[in-house]
Design a protein around this ligand. Sequence first.
Ligand code: ZN
Ligand code: ZN
Length: 347
Amino acid sequence: MRAMVIERYGAPLALRDVPVPAPGPGEVLVRVLGCGVCRTDLKITAGEMPFSPGLALPHVPGHEISGEIADAGPGASGRAGDRVVVFNYWACGRCEACRAGDETLCTRLRGWVGFTSPGGFQEYLTVPDDCVLPLPERVEPAHGGPLSCALGTAYHATVSRGGVRAGDAVAVLGAGGVGLHVVQVARAAGAVAFAIDLQPHRLDAARAAGAGGAWLADAGAADEIRRATGGRGADLVIDTVGRGDSLLAAARLACRGGRIVLVGYTARAGDYPRLPAEQVVLGQLTVTGSRYVTRLELRRALDLVGRGLVRPVISSEVPLERANEALAMVREDRATGRVIVRVAGGA
Ligand SMILES: [Zn+2]
Ligand SMILES: [Zn+2]
């Protein structure tokens, strides 16, 4: 089968022929239809993730996968032809974090798709049968992958970590794949959402996704959000950027006693966001980290899609062999919503 692989960090992905894996006990073989690309993929292909130095190359990236079940191994549930979204963080189910119900903190992962185990930039992938979720019917099958990451991450950050409530004002820094889903999830929860981004084209996308206001990331944005909230500021700020001055900006947007949830991050120490201690202490802000999503939450997030309350925002798609173009679009900030690498039938 065809695969686009990292052979060397920082170099373009290379098209290679690799063997189709066989599903083992409890696993299904997924025929990959599409794979979303997010900023994390830039860090993975550049070798800038905490695990990068120890990762064996070549490596197949891509962690936002939708596909259909092609085959099932011994004892695996799942029928050929079922359309699925692949949950990419394969928790052990037995460690302390898993038993406490927070599988995103699992310490004994079975696999981490596209991160440390093979991902979706290839035609087939074996997946434990409890790590595939049904793809909502109203979603174009090749476009469902970002639901597993962009939507799931947005749901966990906004609902579970951010504790969004009806009537809240939610501000999101960065109206990319995660941010545009934050807007929709916040709206579905009865909150009003505001988006801030560096790119004017993303502000339009945020408004189209239901944002009550969207502004360029400059000094005036905090004033706009205060005006829109009767002088209060945002109850909840979701920072999808996590670099440089983003936390300073988040603290300016938050109301007194507000909550800030960090979703984006950099592994480059020089780029760490600066924490505005004075505002955090005197404004009694809560600053929280949020990592991916649990399967239970993802199921609920997919329900929102099934009921038409949230839809994936797709910018464009390219065939597998042109995956480098998809990475470039994300790197150069040209995408509005997710770029999809179409894997099956892409040639
Ligand atoms: Zn575990
Ligand atoms: Zn992602």
